[in-house]
Write a protein that binds this ligand. Structure first.
Ligand code: PLP
Length: 495
């Protein structure tokens, strides 16, 4: 039977998985959700004997029901291949009383590779299924990580091209080098003189420009987005929760039916929502612990039932979690509102106009699976050092936020449930903060200067992704004024 998708904001017409992937966002501005979350139809014991790719198929076939077996397997094979520097794709490492699920072995050494390496294939397959002949042009504004992960995912994927805008003076040195050295005849990277918000507004304006869409269509192009609210990014993230549970089962660390906790360093709420979906599919889960940095909107929300973005934006050492509007939370709101699209729409409207909304006590009751926690900058740095001193394991700042939250939770509750911590970036990506936490003598040195020190300290080989950018030539040097973003796109596409 076909699994259909509906918007979180109105009970309008339902669409197939491939249509939801192509559209990204519903016409009413809502997010696509499956009308029901499917249950796994093979035993966890059977999955525990499968590879990552086979597990991916078992999960995705239940969500993407309008893809044929061949189409889906083809997408999976192209995504989870030697771009990952480990055969396991997402290894589970036991350290200091927890299991770290390493989601950073892909092309850009951060967890967004888990979804962005398959999205291009899901998207081009969806286009074929829906008889779309135009070339898909991915337009993205990035504050750093997403841009590179999207570039790496779409590079040389037939039927697509990708244009990424980033704030010229607003990303880290490593992030910029990662982007401007990107290979692939279909990739373009453009620095803008404005900040991230300017880049995002410019991209949004192009998406909404009907005149431009018409000219694009005449030239055989159409825009699409690789945004984290696309269902084609959420579903591939469910896979590694199923995979990690079944690895614990395979090793005998848990018995069939024994729950585990998941701790997730959270920004846009996509990663932890995937864990919630895994639970709904039948993975035994105790607590879902949502870890925030000092931008602790979500912690406050789980405490009080009030989501309030009216506060200062704090720049932290875990920049991928510096977010005040967690877009994917809308899918949870919809679920705990009893799938009431009108109620969800009203709350999202309040968020847009007043910057806040309040959920009902009944809704709050439905969130009992979730526990919010947060770690300060100091606690995060201390956690990196604590785990390093105890075990020699070096983790990045985002993972450290989750690890610190878990450590405090365990001390407070004495909950001894086996726990998996989502490890979202390689320490090599945030060398300055990581090495500065381990020893004061490294404070202030830049990420590049610390690469070799990090290798000595962690005993982990320098990832290819880092080795490459040290030597790779700069291939993209276009810089434009914010107001010339559209002109730049027209020039790139030859309109
Ligand atoms: C994007 C990102 C996160 C946050 O994930 P969400 O799905 O947005 O909650 C955490 N850590 C790293 C390294 C990231 O790149």
């Amino acid at each position: 039977m076909e699994l259909m998708y509906q918007s979180t904001r109105s009970k309008g017409k339902e669409v197939t998985a491939s249509q939801a992937i192509l559209k990204g966002l519903a016409d009413d501005g809502g997010l696509f959700v499956p009308v029901s979350i499917p249950k796994l139809d093979v035993s966890l014991d059977a999955i525990s004997k499968m590879s990552y790719q086979e597990t991916a198929y078992e999960v995705m076939k239940l969500f993407f029901t309008d893809f044929t077996e061949e189409e889906l397997k083809n997408c999976i094979e192209r995504a989870y291949d030697s771009k990952f520097d480990t055969k396991e794709i997402a290894p589970l490492v036991e350290k200091s009383g927890a299991y770290y699920l390493e989601l950073f072995h892909g092309a850009t050494i951060a967890f967004k590779d888990m979804a962005l390496s398959i999205l291009p294939h899901l998207l081009t397959t969806s286009a074929k299924k829906n008889n779309i002949k135009n070339q898909i042009v991915i337009l993205t504004a990035t504050s750093g990580d997403t841009g590179k992960a999207a570039l790496a995912g779409f590079a040389d994927v037939e039927g697509t091209s990708i244009i990424v805008f980033y704030p010229k003076n607003g990303v880290s040195k490593i992030q910029e080098r990662q982007m401007v050295t990107q290979k692939g005849a279909n990739t373009s990277v453009v620095g803008i003189t404005g900040n991230f918000d300017d880049a995002q507004s410019g991209v949004k304006a192009m998406f909404n420009n009907k005149e431009l869409a018409k000219v694009m269509d005449e030239h055989g192009y159409q825009f699409s987005s690789a945004n984290s609210i696309n269902i084609g990014r959420l579903v591939p993230q469910v896979v590694y929760y199923v995979y990690s549970y079944t690895r614990l089962l395979a090793s005998g660390a848990v018995k069939e039916g024994e729950p585990v906790n998941f701790v997730v360093p959270t920004g846009n709420f996509g990663n932890i929502l995937a864990a919630f979906y895994a639970k709904n599919m039948g993975i035994p889960v105790g607590k879902l612990i949502c870890a925030s940095n000092e931008n602790k909107v979500l912690f406050d929300f789980f405490e009080t039932g009030v989501y309030d973005r009216n506060r200062d934006f704090i720049l932290t050492s875990s920049p991928s979690m510096d977010i005040l509007i967690s877009s994917n939370l809308e899918r949870l709101i919809f679920k705990i509102a009893g799938e009431d699209a009108d109620a969800t729409a009203a709350m999202m409207k309040a968020l847009a106009t007043d910057g806040k909304y309040t959920i009902t006590p009944e809704m709050k009751e439905q969130m009992k699976d979730f526990i919010g926690g947060w770690a300060s900058e100091e606690e995060t740095a201390k956690e990196i050092k604590r785990v390093y001193d105890e075990t020699g394991y070096v983790m990045d700042t985002h993972t450290a936020v989750a690890s610190a939250v878990y450590h405090a939770y365990k001390e407070k509750t004495s909950d001894n449930t086996k726990t998996v911590i989502a490890s979202t970036a390689s320490p090599y990506k945030f060398g300055t903060s990581v090495m500065g936490a381990i020893d004061d003598k490294y404070k202030g040195m830049d990420d590049f200067a610390l690469i070799d020190e990090l290798c000595k300290t962690s005993g982990v080989a320098i990832p290819n992704a880092v080795e490459e950018i040290r030597k790779a030539p700069v291939l993209h040097d276009t810089v434009c004024e914010t107001e010339d973003m559209q002109k730049t796109v027209e020039k790139i596409l030859g309109l």
